[in-house]
Design a protein around this ligand. Sequence first.
Ligand SMILES: Cc1cc2nc3c(=O)[nH]c(=O)nc-3n(C[C@H](O)[C@H](O)[C@H](O)COP(=O)(O)OP(=O)(O)OC[C@H]3O[C@@H](n4cnc5c(N)ncnc54)[C@H](O)[C@@H]3O)c2cc1C
Length: 125
Amino acid sequence: MCTTNIFSRSTASHKKKIAVVGGGLSGIISVSCLLEEECFEPICFEKSGEYEGTWRYKEESSEGMASIMPTTISYHSKEIGALSTFPPKKEYTNFMRHHELLNYVTEYANFRNVIKYIQHNSEVL
Ligand SMILES: Cc1cc2nc3c(=O)[nH]c(=O)nc-3n(C[C@H](O)[C@H](O)[C@H](O)COP(=O)(O)OP(=O)(O)OC[C@H]3O[C@@H](n4cnc5c(N)ncnc54)[C@H](O)[C@@H]3O)c2cc1C
C-alpha cells in the first residue's frame, strides 16, 4: 500500500520509477502488483525479444536460457498453481501443457495491461 501525503500524490509525475529485471512469470506478476499500488511506474527490462521466459517454448536453445521440452507440462494442477485473482479457463487441462500455461500468463498480462511496460532486447548487465 502506498502512503500519500500532500507532498507525494499519486500523479504520473510523482510516481516512483521501479525497474523489474526479466519479463518471465515473476516479472509479469511483479509489474502487475506494482501497477495495482498506483504509485509506481514500473519498467521491465527483458533481454530477449519475447516475454514469458521459461514457458515460451523455442525449437532452438540459446546460451544462458533455461529451456522446456515440447512435452513439458506443469507438475502442479491449475487449481493449485493459478494466480489467485485470475483463474485459468475451464478448457485448459488440469495439469497445463506448456502452451496452455503460456496462453494463460499471456491472457493475464493482457488483462492487467502489463505488456506495454516491458522493454524488449534490454539486458541488465
Ligand atoms: C515443468 C515445470 C514446472 C515448474 N513448476 C514450478 C513450480 O511449481 N513452482 C515454481 O516456483 N516454479 C516452477 N517452475 C519453474 C518456473 O520456471 C518458474 O516458476 C518461473 O517460470 C520462473 O519465472 P521467472 O520469471 O522467475 O524466470 P524465467 O521464466 O526464467 O524468466 C526470466 C526472464 O528474465 C530474462 N532475463 C534474464 N536475465 C536477464 C537480464 N540480465 N536482463 C534482462 N532480462 C533478463 C529472461 O530472458 C527471461 O525472459 C517450473 C518449471 C517447469 C519447466
